[in-house]
Design a protein around this ligand. Structure first.
Ligand code: AMP
Length: 200
């Protein structure tokens, strides 16, 4: 059987990452690993980690790198993920997290890193329309600002390693999914060729 795929998806809050993640799972059979979902489960269960993370999350800040790396690495090492591969969603968000991920998995472990790109002005408009009780304007603004500051450099980190595929996130869900599948398939094919010696 072919190696299970290891994917990462990036996108600003409001870019439609949740929907497109589901599409990736449907097509590639990978396990969804969302550090945000994992943290929300810790908050709901009122664990020690949940109590530490709750306030940071509500304000739109970032949980510290060491804690998040621990959470992500323990999930990645579980059997279902080993068997089926993964799509990482919301992680890594900083250069230190990305470096920690690569150190844990090895240099050639990832198949594709997707940038679901919706410009800042457009997601800001979308978020204003989608007011949620648990999300304040300040938290959204802080999350978007931290994305530019901390997470955009992570995209460059993966681009430097030849892994980044940019997908235009504007348009209907179906249009974006088509682009996403095309871009991921092309990257997988390019990676397979590189691994077989780069010959046609
Ligand atoms: P998300 O659902 O991915 O937007 O995550 C919700 C919140 O959880 C974020 O706003 C952060 O406070 C926290 N969080 C999730 N993933 C990370 C991460 N990789 N690094 C730091 N904080 C995170």
């Amino acid at each position: 059987m072919a190696q299970p795929l290891r994917l990462v998806i990036f996108g600003r809050q409001g870019a439609g990452k949740g929907t497109q993640c589901i599409r990736l799972i449907e097509r590639y059979g990978v396990v969804h690993i969302s550090t945000g979902d994992m943290l929300r489960a810790e908050v709901a269960a009122d664990t020690e980690l949940g109590r530490r993370a709750a306030e940071i999350m509500a304000s739109g800040g970032l949980v510290d790198d060491e804690t998040i790396l621990g959470v992500a690495k323990s999930r990645i090492s579980q059997d279902d993920v080993k068997a089926h591969g993964f799509v990482l969603d919301g992680f890594p968000r900083t250069i230190d997290q990305a470096a920690g991920l690569i150190a844990a998995l090895g240099d050639h472990a990832l198949d594709a890193v997707i940038d679901l790109d919706v410009p800042l002005g457009e997601v800001t408009k979308r978020m204003k329309l989608r007011a949620r009780a648990d999300d304040t304007d300040e938290a959204i603004a802080k999350r978007l600002a931290l994305y530019e500051e901390q997470t955009q450099p992570v995209l460059q980190f993966f681009a430097d390693r030849g892994l980044l595929v940019r997908v235009d996130g504007l348009g209907t869900e179906e249009q974006v999914t088509e682009r996403l599948y095309g871009a991921v398939d092309a990257q997988i094919e390019a990676g397979a060729k590189a691994n077989s010696g780069g010959c046609e």
